[in-house]
Ligand binder design. Structure first.
Ligand SMILES: [Zn+2]
Length: 76
């Protein structure tokens, strides 16, 4: 069994502090666990099927292991 793999991403936890009206950006680096698409929750774990839903809030700093090849097989 391989250890669970993760992919590193930057997330912007932007928020407006209670005493302010301006949005404060707070960039954090996170490791998102990768999962088999059949076991992925698409919420706490990332798979090729839900990767596109993560990209709206996450900037992947590592290339995803399935790359373009995999995407071509799932895209219409
Ligand atoms: Zn998923």
């Amino acid at each position: 069994m391989k250890p669970p793999e993760t992919v590193r991403a930057l997330v912007d936890f932007a928020n407006i502090p209670p005493d302010s009206t301006e949005l404060v950006h707070h960039i954090e680096e996170v490791d998102i666990p990768l999962a088999d698409p059949r076991q992925c929750t698409h919420h706490d774990t990332l798979c090729a099927h839900c990767a596109h839903t993560w990209t709206s809030q996450h900037l992947f700093t590592e290339s995803l292991p399935w790359g373009k090849q995999y995407r071509n097989t799932t895209d219409p």
